[in-house]
Write a protein that binds this ligand. Structure first.
Ligand SMILES: [Zn+2]
Length: 435
């Protein structure tokens, strides 16, 4: 006779299909490597953490948009990651993330990736048929009334109206995530993968009650999400620090961590379910808040850093001097020339004052040290220029246009470039957050 199972066990079975990936690990770091040359230097940062006894799982992420701009294929990210791992002493898991994919862009990532960031921000707010909404609310009567959630000082104030509003706003997005998840599952044909659901590229941050409703809906949809990327309060501009109310961020992040832990148990989502912070890189001022919340709950996190490595390449080229410095200056001049066009798609995530951008003529006179100081994200250095940094962050098109000339420059300046790439990830991200 079959042993009887609790409803929780059954829903766990529902969201842990065959081929589900074992856990992502408690701490993981998403790293972007736009030109495919820095995987070994990036991995070195995780190796250094491992030597100090902290496992930080490396995940190489690249979005469809980046592949388009750089004219690369997902298989190149896989090859670079595999090669770096093979030549290293890394023996823990690692992953390649199809970052921000949708139903129309996922197919090219199927063979190369084992981590999928399912982006459903576009579907937020799409109307939900009333019967579907009613069915969801009837299935989730626990969302009607105050919920006591471990770690929260006050019970989470839920009600049928509040849950209904959140479901009306997010249910379509969850359904879309289901369609994408199932397409990946079918096409992966039993090969395991990690599922992330992202709703960060939208205008309104999600509250903790909304996050709970989203997680309940993901479980109902049968999506074994291992990470969820909500939009947090404040501005997460590309390559520069957080702009916003840090105390408020800390309260909300703390509540989100509590809700994620609760939802994983309550709805039978994967036990390692954790938040994914799409940081846009370098949100140093909120790292202490994130660290405190993780400690308070003994929770994990996935931190996506994206473009910070590309900027370290430029710093390394500048520090190499000679041709490397010349190329770094040429890239700035090109980005400056195209500043309006190239910044437009990133308008929501950059704040550049054009008057604070040095002219290409001025930059042409920079020494190695001056270029590095203007670009390196050291807010205590008066020479640091966040406007120049943000412009270069979105200016990787200039390097893409250079093609092999840029790649050759990286190879020639490998020593200074690698050093900056590793040091940045280890000292500025891994150490303050995880060590
Ligand atoms: Zn994102």
């Amino acid at each position: 006779m079959q042993p009887t199972t609790s409803p929780e066990d059954r829903s766990r079975a529902a969201v842990a299909p065959p081929g589900a990936m074992p856990g992502l690990g408690k701490l993981s770091l998403g790293m972007g490597d736009r030109f495919g040359r820095q995987a070994a230097a990036q991995l070195e940062a995780c190796l250094k953490a491992a030597e100090l006894g902290v496992e930080v799982i490396p995940v190489w992420n690249k979005s469809n948009r980046e592949h388009g701009i750089v004219a690369s294929e997902p298989s190149a990210v896989r090859s670079a990651a595999d090669a770096a791992i093979r030549q290293s002493r890394w023996r823990l898991p690692y992953h390649v993330d199809a970052d921000h994919i949708t139903l129309s862009t996922v197919d090219r990532f199927i063979d190369a990736c084992d981590f999928y960031t399912i982006d459903v921000a576009e579907a937020i707010g799409r109307p939900v048929p009333a019967p579907e909404l009613d069915a969801f609310l009837s299935d989730h009567l626990e969302l009607d009334g105050c919920l006591s959630i471990p770690g929260l000082e006050q019970p989470l104030e839920m009600s049928r109206d509040l849950a209904g509003e959140a479901a009306a706003r997010y249910l379509s997005a969850v359904r879309e995530a289901g369609r994408i998840y199932r397409r990946i599952a079918v096409r992966r044909n039993g090969r395991p993968f990690i599922t992330e659901v992202s709703m960060d590229e939208t205008s309104e941050p999600q509250t903790a009650p909304q996050l709970l409703v989203i997680l309940a809906a993901l479980a109902s949809e049968g999506i074994p999400a291992q990470t969820i990327a909500p939009k947090f309060t404040g501005r997460f501009n590309k390559g520069v620090d957080y702009v916003g109310d840090i105390a408020r961020f800390e309260r909300e992040f703390h509540d989100d961590v509590a809700v994620v832990a609760f939802a994983a148990r309550r709805y039978g989502l994967p036990p390692g379910l954790k938040l994914s912070v799409h940081s846009g890189s370098d949100k140093f001022s909120i790292y202490p808040a994130i660290r405190r919340a993780l400690r308070a709950f003994d929770a994990g996190v996935h931190l996506k850093t994206a473009g910070t490595t590309w900027l370290e390449e430029l710093i390394g080229l500048a520090e190499a001097g000679g041709k490397g410095l010349e190329i770094a200056k040429e890239i700035y001049a090109e980005a400056w020339l195209h500043r309006e066009e190239w910044c437009a798609p990133y308008a929501a995530v950059i704040d550049i004052d054009p008057a604070r951008l040095p002219s290409p003529a001025r930059v042409r006179q920079f020494t190695s040290g001056e270029y590095a100081a203007a670009l390196r994200h050291d807010q205590s250095n008066p020479a640091f220029n966040p406007h120049l940094r943000q412009l270069l962050h979105v200016g990787y098109k200039a390097a893409a246009k250079m093609g092999v000339r840029y790649l050759d420059a990286l190879d020639r300046s490998k020593e200074t470039v690698s050093r900056n790439v590793t040091r940045n990830l280890f000292e500025r991200h891994i150490r303050p957050l995880f060590l």
